[in-house]
Design a protein around this ligand. Structure first.
Ligand code: ATP
Ligand code: MG
Length: 569
């Protein structure tokens, strides 16, 4: 890096977050030879969620800003919980979000031989021992936050004995839990993480990558610090709960002939209202069938958000806006939705869809006539072009757009009232037909003003309401899934004692409407395409669609001005 480049970095450091400031300091002091290398290390035991997006956005963003690289590393040294399905899903989600690991795709499991050799090195230095205490005894001997731990009777084994036992652990001579390799640090350390933590344990389980080669697997802290060092990571960014384990991260690297010593820096994890982000809880929702799968559009997983209609840009913009911090806090989900609307507003074509149809017969419109209206796909962007929408004697409007006894401030259709049909004509309601038995309104009889074509009249008469509509004969029947937050309590992680997070589930998080009518142009809409349904919000075509039978997911509503008015009134 040139001197002026460094100066610029120093200047801009004033407005940087604490992680970027630290990186700038390191660059200025010549650490790591001016290199910045980060990693995103998911454990393949579940799908990625919006919290992981925060981590990726940070790691990948930092690497890009400082001309470095960001590795994607599978933290896959626990053979039991990990599945190949997750490895594929994670890569797909990372790519979708727009992060490119380039040549830097790694698997911690590929380093097990090196971890083994580093462990041997610790044994040779008298800094690790094979412990034959049972798991329960190890727990007892560990002590508590207020009392020191106790040395294991096996702590003084000789180097030779430890080397022999560790090799026999590798050979499969012992049962699971019979013994474990521990770092020899300090059983009286105030930080419990430093009380001779286990670094290799026995697991007679095949691994997706190494097969039956290993029956011992490294523990997280040991594998993680060494993986970072093996990959020459410069800054190892992780969430705050690892702060207490940083001394162990450093101890490992200080006590083996490690190629380098990355700097661990902790930041606050993302937490969102009305959402759980624990993989354990998300897995439970999937396993118990509370949601339809990891990609259920109500899930905070990237695959769920994608299916719901989120754009990668909306998620990245949100992650950048929340920034990074040193204290945990809960972000309003409304903020995520703000960035979502902001992006969708720019990119989604407008269409008309009637979710709860009410038939309107225009008595003075010629019976067999069909007209076409030209409608712009985006009122803000002429380049988005136009489309043709048919109009005929029978149209559907929204049930809630008619009121027999309109309350004050209601400007939509009611008996004797005139409104505008968007892109088409002025329409006056003459009478409502009711089902004799139920009293339900089944259709409206209206008349239109032929002079109001396109939305105005020669006499300049004004109407207050503009309704969306579809032409009955040409419209396509669609299923629409109205999603809401999966939880009805703002903090589902803090439900009252004796209940679990499932008691906070929102029973109305999915409402399915099967008789919606949409513009004919949407008959073949391809899964993943996004639209703004006028006056309703943003919708995305679900993969459950088939040609002529589209299924739409509500991504997010528009802010409902009527609901706001009602609240005020
Ligand atoms: P869990 O403990 O719920 O299973 P995890 O944090 O262990 O999740 P990993 O797959 O290990 O999940 O996470 C990969 C990376 O993503 C880690 O660096 C982790 O710190 C980061 N990460 C996970 N959850 C969040 C979150 N909510 N906010 C920010 N970063 C996160
Ligand atoms: Mg983890």
């Amino acid at each position: 890096m040139s001197g002026s480049e460094q100066e610029n970095l120093v200047k801009s450091a004033k407005s940087l977050d604490f992680i970027r400031k630290r990186i700038v300091e390191d660059l200025n002091s010549g650490k790591n030879g001016g290199r910045v290398e980060t990693r995103f290390p998911p454990e393949p035991n579940g799908y990625l969620h919006i919290g992981h997006a925060k981590s990726m956005n940070l790691n990948s963003g930092v690497a890009a800003e400082f001309n470095g690289a960001c590795h994607l590393r599978f933290d896959d040294t626990n053979p039991e919980k990990e599945e190949v399905e997750y490895i594929h899903a994670i890569q797909e989600d990372v790519k979708w979000l727009g992060f490119d690991w380039g040549q830097h795709l790694y698997y911690a499991a590929d380093y097990i031989e090196q971890f083994f050799q580093y462990a041997v090195e610790l044994i040779r230095r008298g800094l690790a021992y094979v412990d034959h205490l049972s798991p329960e005894q190890i727990r007892e001997y560990r002590g508590t936050l207020t009392s020191p731990g106790q040395d294991s009777p096996y702590r003084q084994r000789s180097v030779e004995e430890n080397l022999d036992l560790f090799e026999r652990m590798r050979q499969g001579d012992f049962r699971e839990g019979e013994c474990v390799l521990r770092a020899k640090i300090d059983m009286a350390a105030p930080n419990i993480a430093m009380r001779d933590p286990a670094i290799f344990r026995i697991k007679h389980a095949p691994h997706h990558r190494t097969g039956d080669k290993w029956c011992i697997y490294p523990m997280y802290d040991f594998a993680h610090s060494l993986s970072d060092a093996i990959e020459s990571i410069t800054h190892s960014l992780c969430t705050l709960e690892f702060e207490d384990r940083r001394p162990l991260y450093d101890w490992v690297l200080d006590n083996v002939s490690s190629p380098c010593h990355p700097q661990q820096i902790e930041f606050a994890r993302l937490d969102l209202t009305y959402t759980v982000l624990s993989k354990r809880k998300l897995l439970q929702l999937v396993k118990e069938g509370i949601v339809s799968g990891w990609d259920d559009p109500r899930m905070p997983t990237l695959s769920g958000l994608r299916r719901r209609g989120y754009t990668p840009a909306a998620i990245r913009n949100f992650c950048s806006a929340i920034g990074v911090d040193k204290t945990n806090s809960v972000i309003e989900i409304g903020m995520l939705e703000y960035y979502l609307r902001e992006d969708l507003n720019k990119t989604s074509p407008r269409v008309m869809a009637v979710l709860r149809p009410l038939k309107v017969i225009i008595d003075n419109y010629p019976e067999t006539q069909v007209e076409e209206f030209e409608a712009e796909n985006s009122p803000e962007d002429p380049a988005a072009g136009t489309r043709k929408i048919p109009f005929s004697r029978v149209v559907y409007i929204e049930q809630e757009d008619f009121s027999e006894n309109p309350p004050k401030g209601y400007f939509r259709l009611s008996p004797g009232r005139e409104v505008r049909l968007k892109h088409a004509y002025y329409l006056t309601c003459n009478r409502a037909v009711k089902d004799e038995r139920t009293g339900e309104i089944t259709e409206l009889h209206c008349t239109y003003d032929p002079e109001s074509r396109g939305g105005g009249t020669p006499d300049g008469r004004r109407v207050k309401g503009t309704l969306h509509w579809v032409s009955a004969e040409q419209a396509v029947t669609a299923e629409v899934r109205l999603y809401d937050h999966l939880f009805s309590q703002a903090n589902p992680n803090a439900v009252p004692d004796g209940q679990d997070f499932r008691s906070a589930l929102n029973p109305n998080s999915l409402v399915t409407l099967r008789h919606c009518r949409v513009e004919p142009g949407l008959a073949q809409a391809s899964p993943g395409s996004r639209y703004q349904f006028l006056r309703h919000g943003y919708f995305c075509v679900d993969p459950d669609s088939s040609p002529g039978q589209p299924v739409f997911n509500r991504t997010v509503g528009l802010r409902d001005t009527w609901a706001k008015l009602q609240k005020k009134g």
